[in-house]
Design a protein around this ligand. Structure first.
Ligand code: CTP
Ligand code: CA
Length: 223
């Protein structure tokens, strides 16, 4: 036990964070993925540790690294693997943050051999993945649950609908409208929508500064 840390706001708390993209297998050599870098989730993990928390970081494929004895990193590939890990760990956490860009759909069949290019047109059948954030919202006891919303239209209305549907405590709305925000960028412009009706709008800033803002909102709501 590091006694220097015992005075920090989140000392003694365990935080589960999902991060990165997921890769949904098509055959042994192919997948459906997305451009999430994982940076936001990793920055939140660092900010959580800086406030004294222990972190379980469940990450899809990402080049991000984190070096802290307070972070247990669990690497996964697919949405199903991410969900399995979250299901095992969620009950033992105090705070959960869904920062991953989870695939919404996954192939119904995974070919056991490499698909050969025989057909002129190929149709892949996809099925919905489990909504991991909604699972956490629906199963929370004392946990504080945070989600993200990425919208390209009706931002606020859509984010509020997600907050309610997923039973989160607050949602972080990522604005794509501003130059310099979003995937593969170093900055984000966020609005936090709380389930108590509060709304906090933040300036465009670095992802590490955004992570600090998010963590401070969690500290205020859970104090
Ligand atoms: N999320 C999740 N599991 C999924 C899909 C999404 O945990 N299978 C989480 C994301 O990590 C994020 C939040 O749900 O915290 C919202 O993700 P988003 O893609 O914005 O919303 P969806 O509910 O997937 O709706 P849509 O993509 O249709 O806007
Ligand atoms: Ca989605």
């Amino acid at each position: 036990e590091n006694h220097i840390l015992t005075g920090l706001a989140l000392h003694g708390k365990t935080c589960l964070i999902t991060a990165g993209p997921t890769y949904e297998p098509i055959d042994p050599v192919r997948f459906i993925g997305n451009h999430s870098s994982g940076k936001m989730g990793f920055e939140i993990a660092k900010a959580m540790v800086n406030q004294g928390a222990k972190v379980i970081l469940v990450s899809g494929p990402s080049h991000e690294t984190i070096d802290s004895k307070y972070v247990e990193r669990i690497d996964v590939m697919s949405a199903a693997q991410m969900f399995d890990t979250v299901k095992k760990r969620f009950a033992s956490c105090d705070i959960a943050i869904a920062a991953a860009a989870v695939a919404d759909y996954t192939p119904v069949h995974v070919a056991d051999q490499k698909i050969k290019k025989k057909k002129e047109n190929l149709v892949l059948e996809l099925k919905k993945t489990t909504d991991i954030l909604k699972y956490m919202g629906d199963h929370k006891k004392s946990q504080f649950v945070v989600g993200f919303a990425l919208e390209t239209q009706n931002e606020l209305a859509n984010a509020k609908e997600k907050l309610a549907r997923k039973n989160a405590d607050f949602m972080v709305l990522n604005s794509l409208n501003d130059k310099g925000a979003g995937f593969k960028k170093e900055t984000n412009k966020i609005t936090i929508i709380h389930n108590n009706g509060d709304l906090n709008e933040f300036e465009l800033k670095s992802k590490s500064a955004v992570a600090n803002d998010i963590v401070h909102q969690i500290i205020q709501r859970t104090a």
